[in-house]
Design a protein around this ligand. Structure first.
Ligand SMILES: *Cc1c(COP(=O)(O)O)cnc(C)c1O
Length: 357
C-alpha cells in the first residue's frame, strides 16, 4: 500500500490527461500467461534466426525474470521496479508522463547531467535552473522558492555529474517532502558513494523516483539497461508509456548473468575506490591543478589553470578526458574518469610531461 506522509499526494492529478486516459499497447504475449505449445501470435519468424543463438522471439515486455531476481536480491517488490533502455529512457518517460509540452516545466540544479536539459528540450518542457552554490551544495531555499503549479519534476543527481559530490540524504528527503511534484533522484554513481541509496525511502515518499543504471559500477554500458524505483502507480505509468519491447533479449539475459556474478562488481567498486584515492592524491601534487575536488563517484573533477591546453595536450597523447571548462561553476575543470592502474599511470605520466613542458 502507498502511504503518504505530511500531505496527501495525488499522482493522477500530476499525470498528463492524455496519459491518464491512455490504453496501453497490449502484445499477445502480455495477454497470454502460461506456457504455450505453439506461438503463432506475433508474426515472428517461426523457423529461427541466422545466428547461433536464436533471437526470433520478442523479449518479455515486462522483464519479469530480471525484475524478480532484482526483487529477491534487494527486497523491493517487482511492481516497484522499472527497467528501461538505459536510465535515459526513464528520464524521457518521466517527461512524457508528467510534462504537458509547451506548458509544464522541471527544475534542474546545474552543473548537472546534460540529459535532463536535452530531454526537457525534446519534450518542450520549461526548464528552471537553480544552480548549485559555489561549494556545489544544493540551494534548497531557491529550489523551494521556484516551485509552481507548472513544475512537475525536480531532478537531483546524487552523486552529481560532473561535480562528483553526493547531497545529504536529509536535504533531498526534505525537498521530496516540500515538493508537490515528482522528485527524481539520479543515483547512477551511488555504488561509489559514502551516502546510502534513497531506494529504501520510496515506500515513505510516493513522489520519489530513484534512478539507477547498469552502465557504471556494473560495467554494462553497452547493454543499455537502466532502472527506476518508485511506488507501484508511478511504475505502472512508466510501463504503459514505454515501447513494449524496450529491453532486448540479449540485454535481459546478460543482466541475469551479471546478477549471478554480483561479487565481481564489488571487486570493481573496491578497485575503483582505491584507484580514485591514489589518482586524487597524485593529481593534487602536480602543480597544474588549482583544485582537485572530493568525489563520491568514479570520476574526479579537477580545476586546472588552462583546461583547454591540458585537454588538447592529453588528446595529442591519445588520452581522452572530459573538458568541462565551459560549464557553469566548472571553469578550468576537466572531468577524469577513474581508470585501471595502468590507464591512470599513463594519464599521470602525460600530465607530468605537460607540467614540465
Ligand atoms: C552515466 C549516467 C547515467 C546513465 O545513463 P544510462 O542511460 O543508464 O547509461 C544516468 N545519469 C547520470 C547522471 C549519468 O552520469
Amino acid at each position: 500500500m502507498s502511504t503518504s506522509i505530511e500531505r496527501s499526494f495525488d499522482l493522477n492529478a500530476l499525470v498528463r490527461p492524455n496519459i491518464r486516459k491512455l490504453v496501453p499497447y497490449s502484445s499477445a504475449r502480455k495477454e497470454f500467461e502460461g506456457t504455450a505449445r505453439v506461438f503463432l501470435d506475433a508474426n515472428e519468424n517461426s523457423f529461427g534466426s541466422p545466428t547461433e543463438k536464436p533471437f526470433n522471439r520478442y523479449p518479455d515486455p515486462l522483464q519479469t525474470r530480471v525484475k524478480t531476481r532484482i526483487s529477491e536480491l534487494r527486497g523491493i517488490p517487482v511492481d516497484h521496479i522499472f527497467l528501461g533502455n538505459g536510465s535515459d529512457e526513464a528520464i524521457d518517460l518521466l517527461f512524457r508522463i508528467f510534462c504537458e509540452p509547451g506548458k509544464d516545466g522541471v527544475i534542474i540544479c546545474p552543473p548537472t547531467y546534460g540529459m535532463y536539459e536535452v530531454s526537457a528540450a525534446i519534450n518542450d518542457a520549461g526548464l528552471v535552473r537553480v544552480p548549485l552554490k559555489n561549494d556545489f551544495s544544493l540551494d534548497t531555499d531557491r529550489i523551494v522558492e521556484s516551485f509552481s503549479d507548472k513544475t512537475k519534476l525536480l531532478f537531483i543527481c546524487s552523486p552529481n555529474n560532473p561535480t562528483g559530490n553526493a547531497f545529504p540524504r536529509e536535504q533531498v528527503l526534505g525537498l521530496a517532502k516540500a515538493f508537490p511534484g515528482i522528485v527524481v533522484v539520479d543515483e547512477a554513481y551511488v555504488q561509489f558513494s559514502s551516502q546510502a541509496s534513497l531506494v529504501s525511502e520510496i515506500e515513505r515518499y510516493p513522489n520519489l523516483v530513484v534512478l539507477q543504471t547498469f552502465s557504471k559500477a556494473w560495467g554494462l554500458a553497452g547493454l543499455r539497461v537502466g532502472l527506476a524505483f518508485s511506488q507501484a502507480p508511478v511504475i505502472a505509468y512508466m510501463n504503459n508509456v514505454k515501447p513494449p519491447y524496450n529491453v532486448s533479449t540479449i540485454a535481459q539475459d546478460a543482466v541475469l548473468e551479471a546478477l549471478r556474478n554480483a561479487q565481481a562488481v564489488d571487486v570493481f567498486i573496491a578497485d575503483t575506490l582505491r584507484e580514485r584515492e591514489r589518482l586524487s592524491d597524485e593529481l593534487k601534487h602536480i602543480d597544474v591543478f588549482e583544485q582537485v575536488f572530493p568525489t563520491d563517484a568514479n570520476f574526479i573533477l579537477a580545476k586546472t589553470y588552462d583546461a583547454d591546453a591540458l585537454y588538447r595536450f592529453l588528446l595529442d597523447d591519445a588520452i581522452v578526458v572530459r573538458n568541462r571548462d565551459s560549464v557553469e561553476l566548472c571553469g578550468g575543470c576537466l572531468r577524469i574518469t577513474v581508470g585501471t592502474p595502468s590507464e591512470n599511470d599513463a594519464l599521470l605520466a602525460s600530465i607530468r610531461r605537460y607540467s614540465t613542458k
